[in-house]
Structure formats: C-alpha cells, structure tokens
Design a protein around this ligand. Sequence first.
Ligand code: ZN
Length: 341
Amino acid sequence: MSIWTDLIDFYKNFSGVTPALKAASLAQWIVESARGTSVLATQHLNFGGIKFRQRMQGYADPVDYRGSDGELTTYCKFSSIEAFVRGYWRFISSGPYDDYRSYENDSAAYLRYIAGQGYATDRDYVAVVLRNLAEAERELAQNSPSTSIARAFRVAIVVGHNRRSPGAFAGSPINAHEFQFNQGVAQSIKDEAWHYNLEAETFLREPSASYGEEVKAVYDKVKDWGAGCSLELHFNSGQPSARGTSVLCRRDIGRPRALAESCRTSTVEALGLRDRGVVLVDRSDRGGGSLYALDDVPGVLLEPFFGSNSDDCLTIASLGPKTLALAYLRGVRSWVESAIS
Ligand SMILES: [Zn+2]
C-alpha cells in the first residue's frame, strides 16, 4: 500500500461532500501531487499543494517548502490522510471559496469557481485538472476491500411541527417558533455531521389534514433514505417556572432508550440546564405518533429547553444553535460507538 492508494481508499468512503466534488478534488490531487509522488505529498501528506493560512490553524502545521515556482513558501503539513482530506475541505469552506456548495453537483463548474477565486495561478489549471477527471471518477467508483467498510451512519433530522403550525414560541432573546428555530439547528447538524463520521439529512413535515398522515409521510421518507436513527427537534413550553432538558423515546423497546440516554447526557453536559431525564412515551402520549412511526429505526424527540422560561432562552441564545447541534451529534456518535463495541 502506498500513501496514494491509502488516500483513495479513505476518500471512497468519505461522505462529507457530493460525488461530483470528490471527483473534482481527487482530479486536482492527481495533478498537484503527481499521484502522491511529490515531495509535499510524501513528506507532508499535502496532496493538494495547499499553502498555510491562519484559518488552517488546528488542521495543519506550517512547513517551509520551495514550490515548483522556485519560491520558498509556507505550506500545510498534515498529520494523516484523514487530516489532509478534512484540511482540504477546511481550506475550501473557510476561505474565498466558501460559495463552493453552489457547484456541488458539477465537477467542472466547481473547478472553474475555485480557480477563479485564486486556487491556482496557472491559466490552464482547470483544463489540466479536467483531463484527469475521468481517472478520478474511476478510482472512486472502483471496488476494493475497503468499500465493505460501512458508509457513514445516517442520522435523519425531523424538524418538529410545520410551516403552517410552527409549534411553541420561545421568547426574547430567541423570538422564534420551534419550526423556525430548529431549522437552524438542523442546518448546523447537517454541516457538522461529517466531523463525527455521520451523514445527516433534514426532513420537514408537510402540513396535512391529518396529523397522523403528516407524521407517517415524513417518517416514510426517513426510512426510504436509509436512516440509522432519527432525531425529532423541538423545544418545550409550559409554566414560566418550568425549565430544563428532556429527551423523549418510546417505552417498549431498548435501542431508542439507549439513544435517548446518550443524547440526554451530551445535551445536559453542553447546555448545563436542569436535567429532566429521559421521558418514556406510550403510543397515545404526546410525541407517540412520531416515536412509534418506525419500528426498525430508533428515534428520539429532543426538548433541550423551555421556550417559556426566560433563563433557559437566555442560555440557549448565548450558546447558539451550533452548540445544540454538536451536542446531538456527540450523543448519536457515542450511541453508535457503544452499539458497535
Ligand atoms: Zn414541539
């Protein structure tokens, strides 16, 4: 095994970006690293000719290297293949290329975009890279022993309520209904999931004449997508004095309860609000429609705080939706790991 085949094997199973972006970036790395044989690649695991920038702090170490242009420049040194892949996408998503997702289904458009934003100075860069696109696509499609490694575990994010009936309201400084607030949390979960080797997708409920039909429709989509588990996002509401975090799950089977415990632990730890524990729900209870919708996809319903309590709202507003997103992802991650081991 060479570092080049290691890179391809790792990248085949990487789920952080679309297939079109994977092929485009691998085609770049074919060119930039001469298939993993450049000095930058062999000594520093930098297959992309990525120069060091402040924003790469924590993703790479700076190393001085004389580039093909003869100039001594500070490049990125990566500690592993995985660190390189994550570093490359850090470099793209945080810099002048941060609109790259607009091109995520078109390899050539992505390459034109980043070249135009200054990734390379060579005028022919896009054409040179595109000549290697077919090879990159072939490499990523090929079967190898490593493709038997499971793809990233899939987490379905169901946003509670719908646009017509948006759920409870959280007062100042949040000033939003559940449906609106949790779409922000869902987006953040989607963006951050790959750091946890998870793949997340958001599912919205479509207003329907019957609550039962509405819930069934969205959970049918969750199942069709191949979800390994589901999180339904809410927040609580009640008397002004009621506060804290609860996680709801169905009563009758064990796997959702373990998932609920794991999410409760990570969320209480991240928010520091009162721990109201895991609430076991019967089919006819509030939330039962969602939690009993699928027998084979463990699901929980998250109520991290009370929108009706001003202290809770203040805490959540100061922590921000990303803190909630990361707490949920940590909860799912440790549940997945405990289920494997
Ligand atoms: Zn709700």
